[in-house]
Structures are given as structure tokens and as C-alpha cells.
Design a binder for this molecule. Structure first.
Ligand SMILES: N[C@@H](CCC(=O)N[C@@H](CS)C(=O)NCC(=O)O)C(=O)O
Length: 266
């Protein structure tokens, strides 16, 4: 069963191949597939099609947040769903690690799992200070139907038109950056490690899920705001930049494109 390809649903963008994948959530799964060298096919989905796709696969809505989301994968090894589908990046990662154990996503077992949860929590705390810079730049790279959906849903979540979300005032920009730098400080410290630590990853020379999760978020920033990315990379002794570079081949690797027929939203 481990020889069977995984099918992976990502979000469409018009970006060049290496950076076409941009979502901080789908990138986690892409990075895992590439890190483990799992053969996979991929379909680029439009935002309004995510829900019909998920329901056509018989997936239950997420317990919290947006009910139906990508990443979604399909693999014969999944028995919890009649179509072999799973949604949500962390459950997907845990499943893939069971079926394709090498190299492991948790090099130190339970300690690496605890590390993942801690890094996930800190990374999610970056959202309020980075989203206003990045989200308004995503929209023009989506397909036409995706643009309309994204504009409507994200304008609603920000409480103003998306075109007015990106801060232009220097004071607001600096205040948001200060918040980002404060949230990111423990990540930089963890990557720097104790005296004598070698290797760009949290656990030194061995990459794991926590590294891929953080690298996916850095890629989301790098794709849409090079200047902001440069500020993150400049924190501490450049630890975030070294992690990102080390993870880049996994973020950029591609599966084989495959069309997927499912009921499309109007
Ligand atoms: N906790 C989920 C979050 C996934 C998520 O938010 N995905 C977004 C794309 S970045 C999505 O599919 N949104 C669908 C929508 O906005 O309708 C995960 O890690 O997989």
C-alpha cells in the first residue's frame, strides 16, 4: 500500500512552478510528501470548489475554523473515510508518518510531537501581525472564481474591503512588525539552541514536522512580501533564513499534475 501514490489537493495560483504552492497549510503537506520522497499526484483547486470537493469525498467538517479546507489527500491506506480521504494538515501528517515512516517526522518521538504543538501554537500567533501584509497580495494570483470568493470572504473577515487592508502608514507597519518580532523571538532562540548546537533545524541536523510547519509559514511570507520576509530572516543570527533554505527543496518539489472531476460550485 505504501507503493501507491498519494493524491494531494493544493490551491491554484498563477505563480511560477517552484513557488506555485503558497498556502501555509497545503505547503505543510507538500513539504512532508517531498521530505519523505512519497510519490504523489496533485490537483490545483479553486477556493469555491473546496467545499464541494470535501463533501463529495464524504469528509466531515473541521471541528473549528473554516468547515471545509485544503489540504486534502486521498490514499488507499486511509480507512476512516470510504474514499480514503483526510482533511487538515496535522492529521494528514500523522497519517503519512505512520504509512511512510522513513525519514520520520518526529525524530525524537514524543518530544518532537510536543515540539510540533508548541511551534504550531507560536506560528498561529503570528497570524494577526502578518495577515494584513500578505492576504491582500494573494488575491490577484488566484483564478477568476477564486478571486471573487477570496475577495468576499476575506473582506468579511477583516471587516473592510481587502484592497484597504494592507497598512500604508509607517507607524502601523512598525507596530505590526514589532508584534511579529516579539512572537517570533522564541522560535529564533529555539533554532539557535544551546552552545554547540549544529544544523539548521530545531533538533539540529535532523528535520521534523515542526521545521516543515515553520518553513511553510515562512514560504507564505516570502511568496508575497519579500521585504517582510527579509525582516524575519534578519532576526537573531539569521536562524529563520537558514531553516527556510534547508527546507526549500521540500517546499518546492512537485507531484504529477492530475485533473480531478468533482461537482463544481456555481
Ligand atoms: N487547520 C487547517 C487549516 C487549513 C486552511 O485554513 N486552509 C485554507 C487555505 S489556506 C482553506 O482551504 N480555506 C477554504 C476557504 O477559505 O473556504 C489545516 O492545517 O489544514
Amino acid at each position: 500500500m505504501a507503493n501507491e501514490s498519494v493524491h494531494f489537493f493544493d490551491l491554484y495560483s498563477d505563480r511560477p512552478t517552484a513557488t506555485k504552492s503558497w498556502s501555509p497549510h497545503t505547503l505543510k503537506v507538500r513539504a512532508i510528501l517531498n521530505f519523505k520522497g512519497i510519490p504523489y499526484t496533485q490537483t490545483w483547486t479553486s477556493y469555491p470548489d473546496v467545499k464541494p470537493l470535501a463533501t463529495s469525498l464524504g469528509l466531515s467538517p473541521n471541528a473549528s475554523g473554516i468547515p471545509y479546507t485544503v489540504p486534502i489527500i486521498i490514499h488507499k491506506s486511509v480507512t476512516s473515510n470510504p474514499n480514503g480521504a483526510i482533511m487538515d494538515s496535522i492529521p494528514i501528517g500523522l497519517h503519512l508518518d505512520k504509512v511512510f515512516p522513513s525519514p520520520p517526522l518526529f525524530p525524537s518521538g514524543d518530544a518532537s510531537y510536543a515540539l510540533l504543538l508548541a511551534v504550531d501554537k507560536i506560528v498561529s500567533q503570528l497570524e494577526p501581525s502578518i495577515r494584513p501584509f500578505i492576504v491582500p497580495r494573494v488575491v490577484s494570483h488566484l483564478d477568476e472564481r477564486g478571486q471573487k470568493y477570496f475577495h468576499e470572504t476575506r473582506s468579511r473577515s477583516f471587516g473592510k474591503p481587502l484592497s484597504e487592508v494592507r497598512p500604508t502608514n509607517a507607524e502601523t507597519i512598525e507596530a505590526l512588525w514589532k508584534e511579529s518580532a516579539t512572537v517570533a523571538a522564541p522560535l529564533v532562540k529555539m533554532l539557535a539552541g544551546r552552545e554547540g548546537k549544529t544544523g539548521p533545524f530545531f533538533e539540529g541536523e535532523k528535520a521534523g514536522f515542526a521545521d516543515l510547519l515553520l518553513a511553510a509559514r515562512l514560504a507564505f511570507i516570502a511568496r508575497y512580501d519579500e521585504e517582510l520576509f527579509g525582516r524575519f530572516v534578519g532576526l537573531g543570527g539569521g536562524e529563520l533564513g537558514r531553516l527556510y533554505e534547508a527546507c526549500r527543496p521540500w517546499l518546492e518539489g512537485q507531484g504529477v499534475d492530475k485533473e480531478w472531476e468533482f461537482p463544481q460550485a456555481a
